[in-house]
Design a protein around this ligand. Structure first.
Ligand code: AMP
Ligand code: ZN
Length: 119
C-alpha cells in the first residue's frame, strides 16, 4: 500500500508520536486532537475497515481493541480506584462518516466530557 499514510507511519517513513506498540498494533497521537486524549490505534497490516479486518483476521481486531484499552489505562481513563473517567472508541467507516484514511484506525477519545449523540 505505497500511498497509505498509516502504512508509511508503521514503516517509519512518516513521524508518529507513538504511545503504545505491539508486534501487530501501533497507537499514536492524532495530529489534530479533538480531546485531551486523542490516540489512533491501528493494525500494522493494512486493512481498510473494521469489518474487513473482522473477516480477514478477527484475532488482530481483538488485539487492536485490547491495545486501545491499554492506552486508555496509560492515559488514566481506566483506573482501579473506582473512578472511571471512561473513553470513546470510534472508527469512521466510509467518506460519509468522515473516514479520510483508508487504513483501519480507531479513535480513542477521552479526558473531557463526551456528548451523545455525536456529531
Ligand atoms: P478519519 O478522518 O476518521 O479517517 O481519521 C483520520 C485521522 O488521522 C484524523 O483525525 C487526522 O487528524 C489524523 N491524521 C492525519 N495525518 C496524521 C498524522 N500525520 N499523524 C497523526 N494523525 C494524523
Ligand atoms: Zn495502510
Amino acid at each position: 500500500m505505497p500511498d497509505c499514510l498509516f502504512c508509511r507511519m508503521v514503516a517509519g517513513e512518516v513521524p508518529a508520536d507513538v504511545v503504545h506498540r505491539t508486534d501487530r498494533v501501533l497507537a499514536f497521537r492524532d495530529i489534530n486532537p479533538q480531546a485531551p486524549t486523542h490516540v489512533l490505534v491501528i493494525p500494522r497490516d493494512h486493512h481498510p475497515t473494521a469489518a474487513a479486518l473482522a473477516t480477514a483476521d478477527p484475532g488482530l481486531l481483538a488485539e487492536v481493541v485490547t491495545a486501545a484499552n491499554t492506552v486508555a489505562r496509560q492515559e488514566g481513563l481506566v483506573t482501579d480506584d473506582g473512578t472511571q473517567p471512561g473513553y470513546r472508541l470510534v472508527t469512521n467507516t466510509g467518506p460519509g462518516a468522515g473516514q479520510s484514511v483508508d487504513h483501519l484506525h480507531f479513535h480513542l477519545l477521552g479526558g473531557r466530557g463526551l456528548g451523545w449523540p455525536p456529531g
